[in-house]
Design a protein around this ligand. Sequence first.
Ligand code: MG
Ligand code: ZN
Length: 498
Amino acid sequence: MIIGDGMGPQQVGLLLSYARQAPHSVIDNRLTALDRMMEQGRLGISMTYTANTLVTDSAASGTQLATGKFAGVEMLGLDKDGNIQENIIEKAKRLGKATGLVSDTRITHATPAAFSAHQTHRGRESSIPEDLLATGADVMLSGGLSYWIPEQASDKKSLLHRQLTRITCNSVEIKSSRKDAKNLLESAQQKGYTLAFNKEQLQQTSGKTLGLFANSGMQNGIVETQFKNEAQHVQPTLKEMTAHALKILEHNERGFFLMVEAGQIDWASHRNDTGLLLHEMLRFNDTLNTVLDWAANRQDTLVIVTADHETGGFGFSYSAEHIPKPDKLPGRAFSDGTLFQPNFNFGNPDVLDKLYAQQLSYRDIFAQFDVLPKNQKTPFKLAELVNRYTAFKITEAQAVKILATENNPFYKAGHSSLGEKTVPKMQVNGAFFVYQQENRENLLAQAVAASQQVVWATGTHTSTPVYVFVNGPEQVLKPFAKILHHTQLGQLAIDAID
Ligand code: MG
Ligand code: ZN
């Protein structure tokens, strides 16, 4: 099961537009892995709502997929009333099959956790490693080391810090997110896991493997694209983690269940960072191609590709800016000298190449801005950084708006994302831009909207039904080609494991 987190039809559409229409598309023969899925596959659509809400989050949606039961928002592995439900990994293990979880976010994050943990809130990330070990998927590859190491590990002078630096070969920052002395890496080793902290160590593992390749989230899709051809890249790519997981899991004669998450499609979409989103979709595409290469010519493998929800309300759109000039056309209907003149700008496909050309995520651009000396944190400097790393230029006047702040209209003391008194000033729909520390990025997206030909409706999720692509033995596919709900989709996947 491959989950594009936040990969609604709109995000799939971006990948397909890029593949087919970008003048210099990097996709071979302009055919995506989804085109390959559909050569013999089937397509369904699925609603993602929870037991009692219109919109879902990844925890509830992942739970509905993993258990086939209606869930409540932000809960993991529980039904809507809060009762523990068996997930697909637990069932597969019960039947003697191998199991695995791969994500380019972190292993304690909502999507992988929904397939392996049972918690009252997704925010209880310090409790999730113990759940993951109790469930015991054979292969777990992602980021999130910080939740596995004791509080004391952050102390650079401690023996533990030095030990961890040594066993991780300096590949991962050693900084704990825990508030206790538990060392879950030791617990994992006691349960027979081999640990891996970089690509090289991963390549040497062959049995039960816990790979934690970043302190928190793994590198983003732009960084991954830039490192793809360098032998020395330290973190494995999502495609490499997936290929390695398959290599380990395929040895089980009773078969396996593997969940792979392309999780940063969602992160790019929350931030309305369209260039980054394209790179995340390409990373998803590469990964799915690897799965399809593995499954080719097999009669015993079901591949399910879906999303947990759409994020951002994204889309290319036509506008009043830069309306093309009248043009001559060779067709006979124009032979009387009539000029072709559309009323609006419907978008030049060159935009797709320019999106691909983005060299740094919006998040990393602002990270560079935020470490500048105070007197250099000016709109002029922000415009310079944006214009250096992206193909969609902004002016100093636009940068002024991006950096404007206001008293937080949604202030809630102690709230994890609404707790700041002063926040970026949103022009419209401020209530839907809830990750307020990130809102400068959403404002940047609004500044380049017309030149990108892109609109973003929200900084959160939408209820848009998502696609379900399935490929595998013909008789298994038919029930998926319907209008489903994610609980039904999850149950079909669970039933397919027997
Ligand atoms: Mg996720
Ligand atoms: Zn999200």
